[in-house]
Design a protein. Structure first.
Length: 126
């Protein structure tokens, strides 16, 4: 694995740690580790910026989908400071995954995420 590929992998691992954090303190730490202070997250349902906005968006998903976790789907791919990857939201009780998507992120020089463009590929009722 190249150094750049390792950076992509670490960034995506931190991303999932943040999205899977449910305790307020753990969520704050995971968001700070994964995202820079000015990070912007945009998908069809939300457009937020900064650690507080990100933490609120993540907490909102866990309120809507209790007992679910985000898991990677497919490989991490990237070039320069851009990384893309797929994910799914999985019910830990029965393994169903009603929501799936793909994200494109831009990394900062420190390896933390500066921006996220999220796409929903599968949502309930579609």
């Amino acid at each position: 694995m190249t150094e750049q590929q390792e950076q992509y992998t670490v960034a995506v691992e931190r991303y999932f740690e943040a999205w899977n954090a449910t305790e307020e303190e753990a969520l704050g730490k995971a968001v700070a580790a994964a995202f820079d202070e000015q990070a912007r997250y945009t998908d069809p349902l939300v457009d937020v910026a900064g650690h507080e906005g990100l933490a609120a968006a993540i907490a909102g998903v866990h309120t809507q989908f209790p007992g679910f976790v985000f898991r990677p789907l497919g490989d991490v791919d990237g070039h320069h400071d851009i990384v893309r990857f797929g994910w799914e939201l999985v019910n830990e009780a029965d393994g169903s995954a009603p929501v799936a998507g793909s994200d494109v992120v831009r990394l900062g020089e420190d390896g933390r995420i500066r921006s996220v463009l999220g796409f929903l590929d599968r949502v309930p009722g579609q």
